[in-house]
Design a protein. Structure first.
Length: 103
């Protein structure tokens, strides 16, 4: 599966458009509490535990988006956008969205 933030792929035109696909992941408050409890992971101004969980959430959202594209018959997703939103003060949502295409 090809994933691209661009609206087209050079030298590989889309043969068929399948529509919008999205994947969502929500990280709960207990994860944030665990991060701050392990503040020792902060090295050079970076929180390693927090970054790992955010990366996992992003990867999960992208994987879900890919699965939906495959289900529609696509082999690529173009115009991919990643959004990070807070839900209240206790949750973070990561959304990956794009257009499923066949190239």
């Amino acid at each position: 599966m090809i994933i691209s933030t661009t609206s087209s792929l050079d030298q590989r035109p889309a043969k068929e458009y399948h529509g919008l696909v999205a994947g969502e992941t929500i990280i709960g408050a207990n994860l944030f509490r665990d991060f701050f409890a392990s503040i020792r992971d902060v090295v050079g101004g970076r929180a390693g535990s927090y970054e790992r969980v955010l990366k996992e959430a992003k990867d999960t959202a992208i994987r879900e988006m890919e699965d939906k594209a495959r289900a529609l018959g696509g082999n690529a997703v173009i115009g991919v956008d990643l959004d990070y939103e807070t839900i209240g003060d206790k949750m973070l949502m990561v959304v990956a969205s794009g257009t499923a295409v066949t190239i």
